[in-house]
Ligand binder design. Structure first.
Ligand code: GLA
Length: 392
């Protein structure tokens, strides 16, 4: 199946896998792209992501017993993967179903236990492992479905928190709140300016004039589980502790650049200084970028995106040759307003703001440079900013 799918096709597939589609409902949750504010969310800083119109479709129905039966049109070779409400543990063989299972488990931990199992068929058109949050999309989608089927009293913001909880505790990735929040709270044509320390947020209209958001996918696969994600997080936590011996802050996000530089000598390791420096400066850049966008200073916004990439490359060291090649090639194309890696890094995607008239040239030049240097193709997507989860 290609990227586009109708409700009818999904119900038909569901019937093919589970016998019939009687009583089954169709749902959707988006993916997300972060415009700026990277690796700040677990440092009490700000982020500026938006939900996309691509995402994960789900067809679901309650069962009368306690069985869980999962099927993904993206991994048809795996067939139906079974589990039960009485065995909510992560297993390697359970593969992608550890994500929906984790969310069912997390609801249970919060005293919201459905007494019946379910059938769930998924189809995602987010390139997976791309850094556009296919896993958070599945988590929020599952939470949304559970709320709809079992009537649990939770807000969309709760769905984000439960999704993150499941990812942290069930799937062992110490991620922040950005992805699940951006997905659960998405709003068409708006980015979400979120303070991760307080969860206060505002919506900012994405006014890009004659430009569009273009995603370049490096096709270098990675999962957060095997990346250095948790290691970066620990480095920041240790740096914060060292700083706290001199300055009274709860997170790196509370520091401005000057205060950070003053106390940086408290951090005992040069790598940790650079990690913390990124977290502090990236947070300040995010504040500036949102202000610039509000004032229609799109060029300034682009320059801040570029500076974000440099900091992620040199101080945070989460880019790698694939992402650097895509971004550095993009910077050279006239009509590119800004370009940077997005998401966790270590592979995945870049996000660029490109004048419409330059998109074709952008894809050609960046695509060729990438193939020459890396040896395989990157994929390009001109994306739209969409709404949060919903029933279709
Ligand atoms: C991943 C995590 C997020 C965030 C980003 C980096 O996407 O899930 O919580 O930390 O990386 O900004």
């Amino acid at each position: 199946m290609d990227g586009k799918v109708t409700r009818e096709q999904l119900l038909e597939k569901f019937a093919g896998v589970f016998g019939d589609a009687e009583g089954a409902k169709v749902y959707f949750a988006p993916g997300r792209v972060n415009l700026i504010g990277e690796h700040t969310d677990y440092n009490g800083g700000h982020v500026f992501p938006c939900a996309l119109t691509i995402g994960t479709y789900g067809v679901a129905r309650k069962r009368s017993d306690r069985k869980l039966r999962f099927y993904s049109l993206n991994f048809e070779g795996l067939g139906v993967i079974e589990s039960s409400l009485d065995d909510l543990k992560p297993y390697k063989e359970a593969d992608w179903t550890n994500y929906p299972k984790g969310v069912i488990w997390a609801f249970g931990e919060k005293e919201m236990k459905g007494e019946q199992g379910l059938e769930l068929l998924l189809f995602g058109n987010i390139p997976n492992g791309s850094g556009l949050s296919s896993s958070a999309s599945v988590e929020v989608l599952t939470g949304f479905i559970l709320r709809d089927l079992f009537g649990f009293d939770v807000t969309n913001q709760d769905l984000a928190l439960i999704g993150q909880y499941s990812e942290n505790r069930f799937n062992g990735v110490n991620c922040g709140i950005m992805d699940q929040f951006a997905i659960a709270m998405g709003k068409k044509d708006h980015a979400i300016f979120l303070d991760t320390a307080t969860l206060e947020y505002t919506y900012a209209p994405i006014r890009l004039e004659d430009a569009k958001i273009v995603i370049a996918c490096s096709n270098k696969k990675r999962g957060l589980g095997d990346s250095k994600y948790n290691e970066r997080r620990e480095e920041c936590e240790t740096a914060l502790k060292e700083l706290q011996s001199m300055v009274d802050v709860k997170s790196l996000g509370e520091l401005d650049e000057a205060t950070f530089e003053k106390f940086a000598p408290m951090i005992k390791d040069a790598n940790r200084v650079r990690r913390a420096r990124h977290a502090v400066y990236e947070n300040q850049r995010t504040l500036e970028a949102v202000e610039a966008l509000k004032n229609g200073k799109i060029k300034v916004f682009g320059q801040l995106m570029n500076a974000s990439h440099v900091s992620l490359r040199d101080d945070y060291e989460v880019t790698g040759i694939e992402l650097d090649t895509l971004v550095e090639a993009a910077w050279k194309v006239p009509g590119v307003i800004g370009s940077r890696m997005t998401g966790a890094g270590f592979g995945g995607c870049t996000v660029s703001i490109v004048k419409e008239s330059a998109i074709e040239e952008f894809i050609r030049v960046v695509g060729e440079t990438y193939r020459d240097r890396i040896g395989y193709d990157a994929d390009f997507y001109v994306v739209e900013v969409g709404d949060g989860p919903r029933v279709l």
